[in-house]
Design a protein around this ligand. Structure first.
Ligand code: NAP
Length: 225
């Protein structure tokens, strides 16, 4: 079974994912309201998030080499990183107290030294695909092996658009912020080759001028399961 996937993003009125400061408290409160078993994140989002909101990358400590013991109800953080770009900074994610632990999605061509790095630190990882991660196969393993039935993906347009294009997204949740980014907009849906039909299932407005809309995706019968 494929996990149920909610693509959740904050955007400007013209659909930009970047170039503005989202209302982070509201963004994460709404993301949490979906009660996911896992948050699925692209490697680039982790790197830019660290640059924007982190306090630099602190040295690893002995505690970073062991699996954290936390509330079992917390969501996993699942990060797609076939290139091993997060080598040396994964502990900044693992230390986040609201995640159970980090699971990496890697591929057959992931550098061996990165896999060794993961093993030394007892990170769980799922290997699918040749050069890049086979997202559908990895999601299936997440479901079967880790009991992940519900995923919120709060990521950039590259991973979000791939998931939409593969008809893996079940709901699209967008928190629209009251500004127009204009010419520098980085559009949330800029790389989807085909149309996606939607039906509105939720709408809510907030005092800060944001509007939250949630759509259900409508795919044709050839949808992959
Ligand atoms: N406003 C918001 O709500 C919001 C939320 C999140 C992020 N953002 C912004 O979005 C930007 C980052 O987004 P992004 O679009 O550049 O990147 P991204 O979606 O974070 O990362 C790209 C991901 O796609 C994976 N990928 C690429 N091609 C693939 C393929 N063929 N098969 C499987 N996986 C593939 C990459 O995996 P590999 O590493 O394996 O190549 C990588 O993990 C940042 O500026 C961030 O601040 C905004």
């Amino acid at each position: 079974m494929k996990p149920f996937i909610i693509l959740h993003n904050s955007v400007t009125l013209d659909g930009s994912l970047t170039g503005f400061l989202p209302d982070m408290e509201l963004h994460y409160r709404l993301a949490g309201s979906f009660q996911p078993d896992a948050n699925l994140i692209g490697s680039e989002t982790v790197i830019t998030g660290q640059e924007m909101f982190g306090n630099g990358i602190l040295n690893e400590e002995p505690g970073d080499f062991v699996t954290p013991v936390r509330d079992r109800r917390l969501p996993w953080w699942v990060i797609v990183d076939s290139g091993g770009r997060l080598k040396g900074m994964l502990h900044t994610c693992r230390r986040f107290e609201y995640c159970k632990d980090v699971i990496l999605l890697v591929s057959e061509l992931t550098p061996e030294d990165y896999i060794k790095h993961l093993v030394e630190r007892k990170y769980r990882y799922i290997c699918t695909g040749g050069e890049k991660v086979d997202l559908q196969a990895a999601l299936s393993v997440l479901s079967k092996k880790y009991g992940v039935n519900r995923i919120v993906t709060d990521t950039g347009s590259i991973l979000g658009n791939l998931l939409l294009d593969k008809q893996l997204v079940d709901e699209v949740s967008v928190l629209v912020h009251p500004m127009i980014k204009g010419i520098d907009s980085y559009n949330m849906f800029c790389n989807i080759p085909s149309e996606v039909q939607l039906s509105l299932i939720k709408e809510e407005k907030f005092d800060n001028g944001c509007v939250w809309i949630v759509y259900k995706t409508k795919y044709n019968d050839t949808r992959l399961s």
